[in-house]
Design a protein around this ligand. Structure first.
Ligand code: SF4
Length: 284
């Protein structure tokens, strides 16, 4: 469904979107970098409001969240679009293409959430929830106001501006935030972003809801002992109890490097455990 977007302003004869740190300046009829926000007659619209491309009951550990409602299942939904361009994207068919979708209103989603057996809530995942903002906000808020016992979860790259993030956080119980590397070049060249904004999201969120972090270790790009130590010591400077998931990379989408070495994964876990109390390996 096409819906009025939030967080934008007129910028001469164009529109500047400030939902995420890309701050796209968008001409009439054009989309922003995320491919879901369009300048339509000098107003910003979002085209993926309520458009669900994937829906499933997932174990909460699949998000991954290991220290939040362990052993439970959560109704998980995603749409299309992303504000990153990671070469190793595992969900590229919905992140970078307009996949087939079905509209589900926030009201219907809240009722589906309540009527699904053994469900603890709603997870916005599969594609990037930041750029699905209006729907994520409306659906989370409605769910929490109508059924406060249910949990709202985001699985996100953390690439969102502070103002929209702070407005959303009161309706969010848990997040898994990707910290994809600890160097500017990797974020710029592999993902198309800036690490400083992701760090800001982690810093803003970790004491307002439950936060776990995921880092995909990619062979030769971000899996050096120094980089793993930098990630872990940064997180420890915020809170040693922040769980860190080190995930093993496999070739996918545009990236053809070999899978991350198992020994590197094991050593990385040992290094991270020198700083953090909860470190897990994934994709092993
Ligand atoms: S949300 Fe989309 S349109 Fe807005 S700044 Fe980010 S990439 Fe650009």
């Amino acid at each position: 469904m096409i819906k009025d977007a939030r967080f934008w302003e007129k910028h001469d004869d164009r529109i500047r979107c400030f939902l995420c740190p890309h701050n796209c300046v968008i001409s009439q009829g054009k989309f922003g970098l995320c491919s879901v926000r369009i300048n339509a007659n000098n107003a910003l619209k979002t085209i993926n409001y309520g458009e669900i491309t994937a829906i499933a009951m997932d174990p909460i550990e699949k998000k991954p969240l290991y220290r939040f409602e362990p052993g439970r299942k959560i109704l998980s939904v995603g749409s299309f679009g992303c504000n990153f361009s990671c070469d190793f994207c595992q969900n590229y068919s919905i992140a970078h293409y307009r996949a087939e979708s079905r509209y589900i209103s926030p009201d219907e989603l809240a009722e589906l959430c309540r009527s699904t057996e053994d469900n603890i809530g709603l997870a916005f995942t599969y594609n990037e929830p930041s750029i699905w903002y209006e729907y994520v906000y409306d659906a989370s808020r409605l769910l929490k106001e109508r059924y406060p016992e249910f949990k709202a979860v985001l699985v996100t790259n953390g690439y969102i501006q502070t103002e929209p993030l702070l407005k959303l956080l009161p309706y969010v119980d848990a997040m898994n935030i990707d910290l994809k590397a600890f160097n500017k070049g990797y974020y710029k060249n592999i993902c198309g972003g800036d690490i400083e904004h992701v760090k800001r999201t982690i810093e803003e969120s970790h004491d307002k809801c439950h936060v776990e972090i995921t880092t995909l270790l990619v062979s030769g790009l971000n899996d050096s002992p120094e980089e793993v130590a930098s990630i872990a010591s940064y997180l420890a400077s915020l809170d040693r109890d922040i769980p860190l998931h080190l995930s093993r990379y496999f070739p996918t989408y545009k990236m053809t490097l070999p899978p991350t070495d198992i020994d590197v994964m094991l050593k990385s876990r040992d290094i991270a455990r020198q700083y953090l109390n909860h470190v897990y390996l994934g994709n092993m």
